[in-house]
Design a binder for this molecule. Structure first.
Ligand code: FAD
Ligand code: FES
Ligand code: MG
Length: 285
């Protein structure tokens, strides 16, 4: 069964969002879960994307993605009314939500997308939510308005100081940990390096920290081993054991090494797609 794109919007130069028909997923999904999509039935690769939001009554899910390579570029080239061949899910374990008291939700770059449904659910559960959102620059910051609506406090940082505070997210996070508003629980989602350093901060202050890991995935059912990580010295599969883990026990260095394993092939596939889209004139639309 294919899935129609009902609406699509560009959030920044390389970030897009779309509302997609997927009734069964919309009804069953919980915050923290994701889908694996493939764009056609012939040769398309499978990529995981977080379910950023869902409307169970309408039978739709919202995806937010960053154009980083071939498949996310192909997805960005689809238009309203086009169809995605396969949307499998909801996959992964839902986030454990409870009233922790004060929670800090720390997002980096496209990590704000998977963080959004979690932060919403934490707010609904009665938590005081302090959100810290970081981006390389103002143009790359996404979902500020959504986070402003749900957060008791919102801190924005940019690497170049073009908006908010000129800092990495770890700076305000550490200040918060030292203050009387010390969080009881932290959620950090973003590039592996950012999650690694957020966890180094919260470990010093003994604050439990959940991270959502963005390893390479293929089947999403625990069979292929593509998403294997080392957790507390043991192998775990992000697709079925995660995607969320206690960040203080994740071997981030090994994860980062595995993330880059197919860089050359990914780059070639992206270049080939760019040439093809030039030829068929997609870049003029
Ligand atoms: P490529 O050029 O093929 O790859 C670019 C980089 O993306 C790679 O170096 C690798 O680090 C990563 N990647 C490549 N293939 C895969 C794959 N099959 N699975 C996972 N990562 C891959 N991105 C978003 O923009 N929005 C989201 O909501 C989102 N949610 C995710 C949820 C989970 C559970 C995981 C594991 C990843 C999520 N990602 C999300 C990352 C997204 O899947 C990758 O950016 C995407 O697969 C890149 O595909 P590509 O062909 O465009 O890029
Ligand atoms: Fe294959 Fe997790 S994606 S084991
Ligand atoms: Mg790819």
């Amino acid at each position: 069964m294919s899935h129609k794109i009902l609406s699509k919007e560009q959030l920044s130069e390389n970030v897009f969002t779309a509302e997609i028909e997927a009734a069964l997923v919309a009804r069953a999904r919980k915050p923290g879960q994701f889908v694996i999509i493939s764009l056609n039935n012939e040769y398309a690769e499978r990529i995981p994307l977080t379910i950023a939001d869902a409307d169970a009554e309408k039978g739709t899910i919202r995806l937010i993605w960053q154009r980083v390579g071939k498949t996310t570029a192909e997805l960005a080239d689809l238009k309203e009314g086009d169809e995605i061949a396969n949307v499998a899910g909801p996959l992964g374990k839902p986030t454990h939500i409870e009233n922790f008291g004060i929670v800090a939700c720390v997002g980096g770059g496209i990590g704000n997308a998977p963080l959004l449904p979690i932060a919403k659910a934490l707010k609904q559960a009665g938590n005081k939510v302090c959100s810290i959102l970081g981006a390389r620059n103002k143009e790359l910051l996404i979902l500020e308005d959504e986070f402003a609506r749900l957060s008791d406090e919102l801190i924005i940082t940019t690497d170049d100081g073009s908006y908010g505070r000129k800092a990495l997210v770890t700076e305000p996070l550490e200040e918060l940990c030292k203050s009387e508003k010390k969080p009881n629980q932290v959620f950090a989602i973003g590039p592996a390096i950012m999650m690694k350093f957020c966890c180094a901060v919260t470990k010093r202050y003994n604050i439990p920290t959940q991270v959502s890991l963005n390893t390479i995935m293929v089947d999403g059912t625990g069979m292929c081993g593509g998403c294997r990580i080392e957790f507390d010295g043991q192998p775990k599969f992000v697709c079925v054991d995660g995607p969320e883990f206690d960040g203080h026990k994740v071997n981030f260095d090994l994860m980062m090494k595995r993330l880059g394993a197919y860089k050359d092939l990914e780059q070639k596939a992206h270049e080939k797609y760019q040439k093809h889209r030039c030829k068929i004139g997609l870049d003029k639309t």
